[in-house]
Design a protein around this ligand. Sequence first.
Ligand code: SF4
Ligand code: SF4
Length: 431
Amino acid sequence: MRFPLPLTAKIAAYIIGHKIRRTEKFATVLQLEPLHTCNLTCTGCGRIREYSTSLKDMMSLEDCLGAAAECNAPMVSICGGEPLIYPHIEALVQGLLEQKRIVYICTNAMFMRKKMREYLASEYVRDRGAAEATLQKLLQAELVSEKDAAEVRKGPKDTAKAVISPSKWMYWNVHLDGLERTHDLIVEREGVFKECIFAIRMAKILGYQVATNTTIYKETDMGEIEQMFDFLTTLEVDGHTISPGYEYDAAKKDMMKRLNLDPENFFLTRKKTVEKFQKVEEWGKTYTLFGTPIYLEFLAGKRELTCSAWAIPTRNIRGWKAPCYLMTDGHFASYAELLEKVQWENYGVVNGVARDARCENCMVHCGYEPSAMLGDNAKPGDTWKNIRFNFAPRPKPGPVDPDIEEKAYNGVTVGKGHLTGKKETPDVVAA
Ligand code: SF4
Ligand code: SF4
């Protein structure tokens, strides 16, 4: 199966329950942003720009857990900012798992290996022999250094502190926007792609589930994304989400001011999205894409969907963000208030007409993926299609290109650290 059975069954039961009770609007995934601080400054990230005045602020652990309980979404995606910077991240994950939620930690992976070493250190106390055997595997694969291994063997610094352990209810969700060169350009730092791959390899050895999330921009080479999925399949990554890049106001402004780039060359229009995603249904059969086949049809331009942003609400330091993860027209004190006070009929695109000009080019998954399950545009056979997609066996990996690893590491390390917008970039391209 694409997604483990208990997780699929939990989500299905939750949605069916609401349908039976005829709940008009409800949350399926909570996008929880405990903080907006990040260790990277990715091109196109509106988050760290829009909330740049509150980077030092963070939600309390109680507020985070309370938000999840309040909207009761079966899945919580902990994002940000970089959630692994959040000082209570371990307790938050533990608390959400205790609430019986499916947890995604959306991360740029730079601190993943550190968090996994902390887990292994706690395992060292619990089962020294097994932990040492795992440590040897990691040393052999050069995923930990001898110095790190020595630290792990000392056990946890604070035995009372929770760690992020592997769980079938939890996924690391690693941000990857392409192979080495592209990804490092987008995140504006060299070496990030390599670290992501090290972290994924280590996670798989330790028994974690790993997903990736990818944003497609105007310049994205879709052939490269296929190669990236091929490479990730060889690493036994459990699944992928993919979404078109949306031109946040904050990201647009930053792009013009800081990088002197024209956002029109970067973000996708609706027309361009459909062109880019022509092969996405085929990918759904070849790769373990998470989500629904209906959303993939929408991306490929084969059907219309209406926006259901209320189903994937965002909670951050300022409250419940309206109307969606991308646009900000205010924040509310509770999910109930968000549902009640937002004029939902003023957003989205219906029959090709944008109800709000800012929605015109949006086809992002946090607005439209839930519509594929809950929206007004359901067609006969959709439910069966969704069930078949998600309950059928995982796609079988195709033949592996023997040079795939070499192709993945296609970057150029020039020691500048921060390539985008720098004068050196043309030389780098030529190298
Ligand atoms: S890692 Fe995520 S939050 Fe941080 S800058 Fe990049 S996209 Fe934004
Ligand atoms: S279409 Fe929906 S998700 Fe997209 S920007 Fe508009 S309200 Fe937000």
